[in-house]
Design a protein around this ligand. Structure first.
Ligand SMILES: [Zn+2]
Length: 566
């Protein structure tokens, strides 16, 4: 374990909507409540995974903050415009230019990657500016500290300057938790035409599915987001495909689509932290010894089951959040022990007993904090949870879930049926096109404890983080083991120019940092440009080549179907 800089947890006053469901799955009451959170203790960031020393993502010329400062937001009109679309409003839909390789990959892997991703035939496609939805979840950040808010507002100002729509502002006290880019009905993006006319992205791609989504598809397979986390999210898991179909059929108001939701987070800040998957059994058993309240809460049976497994191997268990490389020593016994332990926390019949232990450990750790003893990182997270949800059994979850820091440029893949919760930070997230979340704790929203208890894989082990794979001079690929999505980041230094290689998948490009122009060339040789600056995103049809150029440097993320996955 390595301790790094400490992060202070901020305080907010939020309003949340609580939807209560009756046992048959129908909504019976909807209550709006105000959550007042009090100043939390300092939550030190924690690195529990070994990570490469150098991030290939970060360019030395693009090391400034990912969020523009307030002055920049207020005076965005002063940002030089590379192309004035009010003068030339037509080139929103553009013809492709032929791709010109500007870099020859050296390794076999690189050659293979490019061979797989290069379509057999480049055809005409579209590059269209998007206006994106945002979500005001109570856990989001308010004001200029929210990257999601900054992106939404920055893009809206640029759209107005380009004559595409009227700009808007989001009040300082409204939390902006997420910006959504894609076709999910809960946050549909819109394709902008001039003079304020727009079309939903789903309607747009369905006007010509062969051209816009590729063969055999009539929708995007992925959903792309920016998250700004002001307060811990719920302890949750996302269903696999079979479970998603069942959940959607039984409770369509709660589970809004029949799709699975594996997801991948790529951190945009150095304060991104999360809980992910069960710790290795020896660590959990250690915590049972060190924290008697924890052992009391789970009961003798779970302690005995973990004790019998703890001595087997220090590297016990399959890894979570990565490839399945470690083989569990005894998967069946591991599954049973973890399920027994987790059940005792979240099932209501033991709630009173567990909450008593939550109060006891909270009191003890607070006293330790006040006295000579200094709480460690994990204890700090327990205390932080207790300030927001003092009577929630999941306050103890850091004792049995891995707590990880996801450094800027690092990615964490979260498989379906794995428990997790983001705690802090700014990140981009890509996932299968779904909004299915099964919650169990640390939330005012609907919990579905029985479903969560049944669905979890109960794997134990260390999560794997990755800085992605460099596939050419400018591009880093983050590839999960599913077909639905992958993400590339492209970084150009000042005065740089590069072709974003065409792929046989629809894609969404998001400008994360800096700015520049997208160029396409028509068949008659004329070139068109589309300005792209912080927070702006565009839809790109499959097999469409786009050239990017920049004066001051630019960082772009491209989300698409996982064309590399066989
Ligand atoms: Zn999630």
């Amino acid at each position: 374990m390595t301790r790094t800089d400490e992060t202070t947890v901020t305080t907010t006053t939020d309003t949340a909507t609580v939807t209560r469901l009756s046992p048959d799955g129908t909504v019976t009451t909807v209550v709006t409540t105000t959550i007042v959170t009090v100043p939390g203790p300092k939550v030190p960031a924690l690195v529990e995974s070994s990570v490469p020393e150098v991030s290939p993502l970060r360019s030395k010329v693009l090391v400034r903050s990912l969020s523009p400062d307030e002055d920049m937001i207020k005076s965005s009109g002063k940002i030089p415009k590379l192309v004035d679309l009010r003068i030339r409003p037509e080139p929103i839909s553009l013809e492709p230019i032929r791709p010109e390789p500007i870099y020859t990959p050296q390794s076999q892997t690189m050659r293979l990657r490019r061979a797989q991703s290069t379509p057999a035939k480049i055809r005409a496609g579209s590059v269209r500016m998007l206006s994106c939805a945002y979500q005001k979840y109570a856990w989001g950040k308010c004001g200029a500290g929210s990257t999601a808010r900054n992106m939404v507002m920055s893009a809206s100002r640029e759209h107005e300057k380009a004559g595409l729509s009227t700009s808007f502002t989001i009040p300082e006290n409204v939390p902006v938790a997420e910006m959504w880019m894609g076709t999910h009905p809960s946050g549909m993006s819109r394709v902008l035409d001039k003079d304020g006319v727009s079309t939903s992205l789903l309607d747009y791609v369905r006007q010509d599915p062969d051209k816009h989504t590729g063969e055999g598809e009539d929708n995007l397979t992925f959903l792309f987001k920016v998250l700004s986390i002001g307060q811990v999210l719920s302890i949750q898991a996302h269903p696999d495909k079979h479970l998603a179909v069942r959940l959607h059929a039984a409770r369509p108001t709660l589970y809004k689509d029949p799709n699975h939701k594996p997801e991948m987070a790529i951190s945009l800040s150095d304060d991104t932290t999360a809980l992910i998957g069960f710790r290795p059994i020896p660590e959990i058993y250690d915590n049972m010894i060190k924290y008697p309240e924890f052992a009391q809460a789970v009961g003798d049976r779970a302690v005995a089951m973990c004790a019998s497994l703890a001595g087997l191997s220090s590297g016990y268990g399959a890894s979570v959040g990565g490839d399945e490389m470690d083989r569990p020593v005894d998967e069946g016994r591991c599954w049973a022990a973890l399920k027994e332990m987790f059940r005792t926390f979240v099932q209501s019949d033991r709630n009173e007993h567990v909450v008593k232990q939550v109060h006891a450990i909270t009191k003890r750790l607070r006293e330790k904090n006040k006295g000579d003893g200094e709480t460690n990182v994990m204890e700090g997270v327990v205390l932080y949870f207790a300030t927001i949800y003092p009577d929630d059994p999941c306050v103890l979850s850091p004792l049995f879930f891995n707590h990880v820091k996801i450094a800027k440029g690092q990615a964490l893949y979260i498989r379906t049926n794995e428990p997790h919760a983001y705690i802090s930070g700014e990140l981009i997230e890509c996932m299968a096109c779904s909004d299915n979340v099964v919650r169990v704790g640390l939330t005012p929203k609907v919990k579905d404890t029985d479903t969560l208890l049944d669905m979890l894989t109960y794997r134990a082990g260390k999560p794997r983080l990755t800085y992605g794979e460099r596939i050419d001079e400018h591009t880093t690929l983050y590839e999960p083991p599913v077909k639905d999505f992958c993400v590339e980041t492209v970084i150009l230094e000042p005065n740089g120019k590069s072709v974003i290689k065409p792929v046989p998948s629809p894609a969404i490009l998001l400008c994360i940092e800096g700015g520049g122009s997208l160029h396409q060339e028509f068949a008659d040789g004329t070139k068109k440009e589309l300005k792209l600056s912080f927070g702006m995103s565009v839809f790109v049809s499959p097999n469409t080549s786009v050239e990017v150029s920049t004066e001051g440097g630019i960082m772009i993320a491209r989300a698409m179907s996982n064309i590399h996955c066989s």
